[in-house]
Ligand binder design. Structure first.
Ligand SMILES: CC(C)(COP(=O)(O)OP(=O)(O)OC[C@H]1O[C@@H](n2cnc3c(N)ncnc32)[C@H](O)[C@@H]1OP(=O)(O)O)[C@@H](O)C(=O)NCCC(=O)NCCS
Length: 216
């Protein structure tokens, strides 16, 4: 497990993550299947609560000093032997967080769609329908460097579980290439069959999963 990414965190994406989302989309999809920057900007603006990011967080190593002085000392040596000044921390503990950087390595981008299936129309700017109970995923991607470590399922399970308990919709739908249908079925999606949607001049399958709150 040593090559498993350290300090993983999952949180809703915001418009401030746009640049990283664009870069990940470019890394993860062939050009014809990629979501444009303007569509990403639209989706992160109108439906940030439906967009989820998997990040690797970097921490300011010096704050290890608070709880892990030996580790801090070791890291200090690695970081050009920066001197430690105990007094620096006495009255100046970080108020909340010592996260210095978040690197996006996975994302789910979605909007509420007008019907119950993904169509090319539902992907267009302006077609997020706030009153809809159908959440349409437009993009699921893991950075190629971090694939093959079950992070896609991790992100999707987290997404479905959180949405289920937030009452944001009744169903999550997606289109997928046939070879990835087993991947989504393992997560709990149902294969509805071949889709009418011919996005990127390709053949797709419709899949859906019902959102059921834990206490129901
Ligand atoms: C699809 C994607 C998100 C998978 O994420 P990942 O974290 O790399 O997933 P993993 O490779 O660790 O696979 C997790 C499980 O799914 C299975 N799986 C992965 N790809 C699969 C495929 N093409 N067909 C069948 N099963 C597959 C794996 O065998 C593994 O199963 P296991 O738990 O039994 O071993 C990632 O490959 C990706 O970003 N691809 C490019 C973008 C894309 O195609 N997105 C989907 C758009 S619909």
């Amino acid at each position: 497990m040593s090559d498993f990414p350290p300090n993983l965190s999952i949180r809703p994406l915001t418009i401030e993550d746009l640049d990283q989302c664009v870069q990940l989309e470019e890394k993860g999809f062939p050009e014809e299947e990629r979501c444009s920057e303007s569509k990403l900007q639209y989706r992160l603006t109108v439906a940030p609560e439906l967009c989820s990011g998997l990040f690797i967080r970097d921490f300011d190593y010096k704050y290890n000093f608070i709880n892990l002085p030996e580790v801090a000392e070791e890291l200090s040596k690695q970081h050009n032997n920066v001197e430690y000044d105990d007094d620096e921390f006495e009255d100046d503990y970080p108020a909340k967080s010592s996260v210095t950087k978040e690197t996006l390595i996975g994302q789910i981008i979605a909007t509420k769609i007008p019907g119950d299936k993904i169509t090319e129309e539902s992907m267009e700017i302006g077609n997020h329908k706030e009153s809809s109970r159908h959440i349409g995923i437009h993009s699921v991607v893991i950075d190629p460097t971090w694939r093959g470590k079950n992070l896609g399922p991790l992100l999707l399970h987290d997404y479905i579980q959180k949405l289920s308990n937030q009452d944001l919709g009744d169903q999550v739908v997606i289109i997928s290439h046939k070879d990835l249908v087993p991947f989504y079925e393992k997560i709990g999606f149902n294969d509805i069959g071949e889709s009418d949607c011919k996005f990127a001049n390709s053949t797709w399958h419709d899949l859906s999963i019902d959102l059921i709150a834990k206490d129901e």
